[in-house]
Design a protein around this ligand. Structure first.
Ligand code: F3S
Length: 394
């Protein structure tokens, strides 16, 4: 891989130990994927924030880098394993909280913004069309590539952090236009009315598309919330990092000729929904996977207004969106109902299974997928039904 003189110097350690380590990671990655060179990035989003996934080895790695490393571009974090301020009310053990706060402290020393969200594009880390970025969270990667038209591979924690500490990433995969063309077509032959419909469709398509690039035809309209849900579901049942929606996403014109074609009708929509429903009465309800938008907070405020929740109800969102919800008066109505904001975290990365809950109701196919993997039972239902479920007498 070709390196400029400055990049060679970074690799030789002339700009410090953390930069040298970061360059080693990027050069190794570039060699594996046959990248010609490195490319500058304008934004980074680091996954691998929850102590649940990082463990002590990860914490040690971060602390070492924090001795002399500094982020060179705007960098935010994926959700952590708990709310950074309200972890006690979430029932989190103090030993876990201590470790999680050490992780966050190390990121802070590295100059990373402690904004822990899987929707950085709603929280001030919003790249533009055509920009090279290095993001880690799979749903955000799919959203950035597909809906914004920025260019990122699905980075692991170390490679995203390496990009932050150098401002560079290897030029391969989805950074190259030719690799962004569709690999499978999907004829959508049913009306999709809610984000949950897009979530179910993404879950269905992801299973066949795997790490390919689906081209969806026949979608009449799609809101930000619809596309956010679609991005998350495609990236959870499969490894989709980019998709196109004809007439809607910015690069759909890259073409879709002679592709294997899937069909998605009302039958597949209903069947996928049923497959995401286990037996059991929910004892925990959570929405906001991916993290809620302001529009979703407005809907929740309206639905919860004048009601009391009868079981644990988490509304997962970023601090930035919550702040907007405060200003608009939505947060007050949501909290008055007894629902709790789960900021900096979510129902999947927090150790919900260890908090004694057994059956989770949620409007996200992605959350159902990962909660099941963690041994919980799930009920997949629209946002409105999640509220009905949470406010229903036990
Ligand atoms: Fe975000 Fe957690 Fe879902 S990180 S996409 S809310 S699993």
């Amino acid at each position: 891989m070709h390196l400029t003189r400055e990049e060679e110097a970074m690799l030789a350690g002339e700009q410090g130990n953390a930069t040298r380590k970061a360059m080693q990671i990027l050069v190794a990655l570039g060699k594996i994927y046959d990248a010609e060179r490195l490319v500058k990035v304008s934004s980074v989003q680091v996954s691998g924030v929850s102590y649940k996934n990082l463990g002590d080895a990860g914490l040690e790695f971060l602390s070492e880098l924090a001795k002399d490393g500094k982020a060179r571009v705007k960098t935010t974090l994926n959700p952590a394993g708990m709310s950074l301020t309200d972890w006690k009310s979430q029932g989190i053990d103090s030993w876990f909280a201590e470790k999680q706060l050490q992780v966050i402290d190390a990121y802070g020393k590295l100059g990373v913004e402690v904004t822990c969200t899987c929707t950085p594009y709603l929280a001030g880390n919003e790249p533009s069309f055509g920009q090279h970025i290095a993001w880690g969270e799979s749903s955000a990667v799919a959203y950035a590539n597909s809906v914004i038209g920025a260019r990122t591979n699905r980075e692991g924690g170390p490679s995203a952090l390496a990009a932050s500490l150098t401002g560079l990433t290897p030029l391969y995969g989805l950074h190259i236009r030719e690799n962004r063309v569709p690999t499978i077509a999907v004829d959508v032959d049913t009306l999709l009315r809610f984000p949950e419909d897009f979530s179910a469709m993404g879950y269905f398509v992801g299973r066949t598309a795997k790490d390919g690039i689906p081209y969806l035809r026949g979608v009449q309209r799609a809101s930000l919330e619809d596309l956010k849900s679609l991005s998350a579901a495609l990236a959870s049942s499969g490894g989709v990092a980019m998709f196109h929606v004809e007439g809607i996403t910015p690069e759909f014109g890259l073409g879709a000729k002679n592709l294997e074609t899937l069909t998605f009708t009302r039958k597949e929509l209903t069947e996928t929904g049923s497959q995401l429903n286990d037996e059991g009465v929910p004892d925990f309800v959570s929405v906001g996977c991916p993290h809620c938008s302001l529009t979703e907070l407005a809907t929740l405020a309206k639905l919860l207004s004048g009601h009391q929740v009868k079981r644990e109800f988490w509304v997962c969102c970023s601090r930035e969106v919550k702040r907007l919800g405060d200003e608009a008066g939505y947060s007050r109505l949501i909290e008055k109902s007894g629902a709790k904001f789960a900021l900096d975290t979510c129902m999947v990365v927090a150790p919900v299974e260890e908090l004694g809950y057994r059956v989770v109701a949620t409007n996200s196919a992605k959350a159902c997928h990962y909660l099941r993997n963690a041994g919980l039972k799930v009920r997949f239902m629209p946002l409105e039904e999640c509220v009905t479920e949470a406010t229903r007498s036990v």
